[in-house]
Design a protein around this ligand. Sequence first.
Ligand code: AMP
Ligand code: GLY
Length: 426
Amino acid sequence: MKLLIVGNGGREHALAWVCAASASVTEVLVAPGNAGTAAEPRVRNAPVGASDIPGLIALARAEQIDLTIIGPEGPLVAGIVDEFRSAGLRCFGPDRAAARLEGSKAYTKEFLRRHGIPTAAYRSFTRADFDAAWLRAQRAPIVIKASGLAAGKGVVIAADAGEALATVQAMFAGQFGSAGDTVVVEEFLAGEEASYIVMADGAHALPFASSQDHKRIGDGDTGANTGGMGAYSPAAVVDGAVHERVMREVIGPTLRGLASDGTPYTGFLYAGLMIDASGAPRVIEYNCRFGDPEAQAVLARLRSDLPSLCMAALEGRLAGQRIEWDERAALGVVLAAAGYPGASTPGARISGLERAAALPGKIFHAGTERRGDAVLTSGGRVLCAVGLGAGVAQAQRAAYDLVSCVDFPGAQFRHDIGYRAIARER
Ligand code: AMP
Ligand code: GLY
């Protein structure tokens, strides 16, 4: 089988890496990929951008691709799966209608409410119907979200009504482009977050291992929200009882609700959950794809054959499929460029990758490109160093051993990835 992975981040490097290891796979193309995917055995980059849907269809045809797996949300929300399907090509991911679960937070909140799926109380507004008096009357902290896609940066937790008002006004004024034309205001949820990712075939869900992301840029969960600065798997907060509740109260009703609305969901479905002290899950957000950096930690533990599972999902055969995991914990630390999550300047030279390759674990690339003999930074999140260990503390040690090998000017990373789980282990 010949595969195409669409995207150029750490998640796509991890997807290409696990797929290339499959006995049923002869070659994996990544469009456009990065310096890390280019260096993997049986993997080749193709210079087609992730949002160039006609170019990707032409590539899949020319290369006789058997299965395309979409990494990022952009092309999914734009309808890449519909277009591949119309062209008679197999493509793993939700179609445009199902991908609205990530593409519009206002739609998702209404969907969750209509189907009785637990989530924070909310109201959504456009500039035309915004109710400033209502907002001022809300209890702080107040959560403000741009409804559309904003690369994980369109959420502000306002400490008081003044900050909330200013945030809403900035979003209406175009801070996130059209993503902020509609703004969702919601209740602040207390608890511990977890990422719960399943594979769905339109009706059934196969749960993947749980994980926990670290969204803030700074140690101790301080500073700006990012796309994710590190993750580990499994997430201790998702114990057996919580897992049961998530499947029964969240994932099951979501897949049934989508099917009964006429928009059945096939692909990776990522529930961002808040788990309260009683173990009750609430949906913070849905993503229509695997998480990044969750994929790097979760897929490092995958023992089953991913391409076969994708094929089973596309053929509606997920019921009864099993999935196996390395018993060890995995933990990934993201190295980001100076300036991230704001704008960063590309072109910094990365050193120490060969030294890191001699250690156990794996460095996945994100914003990197090869220029002659050098590997240079080319994006905000640059690398993700993943270690494995008997527990999260050991996995953390292995990951930071890798981090200490590599460097580039201005590199920033968190020093405390996994701290909640490690406190529990103690
Ligand atoms: P989102 O992009 O919706 O996942 O939001 C980004 C981050 O903001 C989440 O990972 C949470 O840490 C935080 N967040 C979002 N909504 C809420 C909420 N209702 N209560 C508390 N924290 C939230
Ligand atoms: N790590 C969060 C995300 O992928 O959205």
